[in-house]
Design a protein around this ligand. Structure first.
Ligand code: SAM
Length: 218
């Protein structure tokens, strides 16, 4: 292993120890996926040096790759056991989809910006994440053809929980989504489908995401 890779490896271990385990991430499936997926491979070259800082970073089209802690926290909140079909809204770089692919059986991910969807699709194919399918479209409407999902995670902030996503959640399924009355600040919300047309909602804390833009978003 060359010096750059060694440095990266130890930066990644530090990130996992300090920022994930140190802040309460416990799910072994999530920790092992975060250890396995190389975040630098999902970043523009000039950002590689910052790959294991616990912060969001810019990607193309004015969007961001989320902070590692938040990626881990949201995926942990889905309570996955490995056999699920999961929908992600907001593919961005494809990083969170790659982490999800190690925690669930099938990952469907929707991105509204064509250059991002195309780049993420090529990257995920190239690195062998064969159980991830990228779709270009308005994720506020979900992806009806592949529903239902045992987990849905939205990586952009919505004004309210889109009805289409609630409908596409399987009985017992979990939806994790940032929701806020303004585009600047949201609360992370987990919605559980507990029966036919019956949902239970919990607040998981304050977060800050780029806006979810679309028919049932901003
Ligand atoms: N999960 C991403 C990653 O790992 O790089 C980070 C996603 S970034 C914080 C949010 C993404 O949501 C952006 O790429 C943005 O274009 C996308 N987005 C916003 N509104 C959307 C919509 N209605 N449907 C699909 N994607 C949307």
């Amino acid at each position: 292993m060359d010096r750059w890779n060694l440095n990266n490896q130890s930066a990644k271990e530090r990130m996992i120890r300090e920022h994930l385990m140190g802040r309460g991430i416990r799910d072994p499936r999530v920790l092992s996926a975060m250890r396995e997926v190389p975040r630098e491979s999902f970043l523009p070259d000039e950002m590689h040096a910052f790959a294991y800082d616990d912060s969001p970073l810019p990607i193309a089209a004015g969007q961001t790759i989320s902070q590692p802690y938040i990626v881990a926290f949201m995926i942990e909140a889905l309570e996955l056991e490995g056999g699920e079909r999961v929908l992600e809204i907001g593919t961005g770089s494809g990083y969170a989809a790659a982490v999800l692919s190690r925690c669930a059986a099938q990952v469907y991910t929707v991105e509204r910006i064509a250059v991002l969807a195309q780049a993420a699709r090529s990257r995920l194919e190239e690195f062998g994440y064969a159980n991830v399918t990228v779709h270009l479209g308005d994720g506020t409407l979900g992806w009806r053809e592949q529903a239902p999902y045992q987990g849905i995670v939205v990586t952009a902030g919505a004004p309210e929980v889109p009805g289409a996503l609630l409908e596409q959640l399987a009985p017992g399924g979990r939806l994790v989504i940032p929701v806020g009355a303004t585009q600047q600040l949201q609360n992370l919300v987990r919605v559980r489908r507990i029966g036919e047309g019956e949902y239970r909602r919990e607040d998981l804390g304050a977060v800050r995401f780029v806006p979810l833009i679309g028919e049932q978003g901003w």
